[in-house]
Design a protein around this ligand. Structure first.
Ligand code: SAM
Length: 211
């Protein structure tokens, strides 16, 4: 697989569970909740959110519509799937508002400049993002030759061994915790919580600021 393992299709992690808890609480208060799941993959998180009663839009550059639809009867849910590159979708057709936008393990598949642009534009569709991004202290980073490059130039593939090991053949940009803090601050987001996982992945929730 070009973009590595689709973790959410087999298990939900702490970030997914935070999002689910927040959605569950809002729905319990009688609120309607809308979520955009960017880079949804096979839709593990999208399906869990829809099962709670959230209105979910699942977006991925790869067409997962059939595999998602196959799971609807089992989970008694429906999801609006959009096949698009998040960059194109934000540039052309994003006139909807979402209570929450999730970017689980996807932002590092954009060049830094594009990640900045996506985060800036997301402020026009939501006030709340949750994201996980591959960190420079992950094992993956030891197979990444561009690690020492400054962020604007930090873009490239893992070496052949890394590509094989992690099933990641797409180019990527890895982030240190400080890089992520700067990325969010410069694109108009205040970090509400941030943790670096045992594997070195950086996970956070953030709220739009008024810059
Ligand atoms: C590692 S998978 C993550 C899947 C799921 N969110 C999870 O956490 O397990 C990354 C996903 O991002 C999608 N993706 C990569 N670049 C994208 C882009 N520019 N726009 C939309 N989706 C993209 C890939 O197709 C893939 O499904």
């Amino acid at each position: 697989m070009q973009y590595g393992v689709d973790v959410a299709s087999t298990r939900l992690d702490d970030l997914d569970k935070r999002v689910l808890t927040s959605v569950r609480e809002r729905i319990a208060r009688g609120e309607a909740v809308t979520v955009l799941d960017v880079g949804c993959g096979q839709g593990g998180l999208s399906l869990a959110l829809a099962a709670l009663g959230a209105q979910v839009t699942a977006l991925d550059i790869i067409n997962y519509e059939e595999s998602l639809q196959a799971q609807f009867p089992k989970t008694d849910t429906t999801i609006n799937f959009i096949q698009a590159d998040i960059r194109d979708w934000l540039a052309t057709s994003s006139n909807e508002d979402f209570d929450i936008v999730v970017l689980q393990r996807v932002l590092h598949y954009l060049p830094h400049e594009d990640a900045c642009s996506v985060l800036r534009k997301l402020r026009s569709v939501t006030d709340v993002v949750h994201l996980a991004i591959t960190g420079t202290s992950t094992v993956i980073a030891s197979y990444y030759e561009n690690l020492a490059q400054p962020l604007p130039l930090r873009w490239g593939k893992l070496d052949p061994v890394g590509q094989e090991l992690f099933s990641i053949t797409a180019p990527l940009c890895l982030y240190a915790e400080e890089d992520v803090r700067t990325l969010l601050a410069e694109t108009g987001w205040r970090i509400d919580w941030l943790r670096v996982s045992d594997f070195g992945n950086i996970k956070l929730g953030a709220t739009a600021t008024n810059v």
